[in-house]
Design a protein around this ligand. Structure first.
Ligand SMILES: [Zn+2]
Length: 93
């Protein structure tokens, strides 16, 4: 048996968002995509990819919740402020 290495090549374009506000980032990316399609030869496909990362509005940590029977469903891990808010929301319901 011989070893075959398959390589996948792509070109990554990172937009300069310094002068772009949050609400128009997607449109800005779509415009770059159209510019690339209009001006660059030899393209397979061009697409805009968006990855959403949930973070805590209090401490900025990645949003995670406990997945254990000792905690209510959705109980945040990161900080006391987030946990206090969760408890308050539970009390309000
Ligand atoms: Zn937090």
């Amino acid at each position: 048996m011989s070893k075959y290495i398959e390589r996948e090549y792509s070109v990554i374009v990172e937009p300069d968002f310094r002068l772009v506000d949050e609400d128009t980032k997607n449109r800005y990316c779509e415009e770059i995509k159209l510019d690339i399609e209009r001006h660059v030869d030899g393209l397979g496909s061009v697409y805009v990819s968006v990855v959403e990362n949930a973070t805590c509005s209090f401490c900025g940590a990645k949003w995670e919740t406990y997945d254990e029977p000792n905690y209510p469903e959705g109980f945040p891990v990161c900080c006391k402020k987030a946990q206090d808010e969760f408890n308050k929301e539970q009390d309000d319901e």
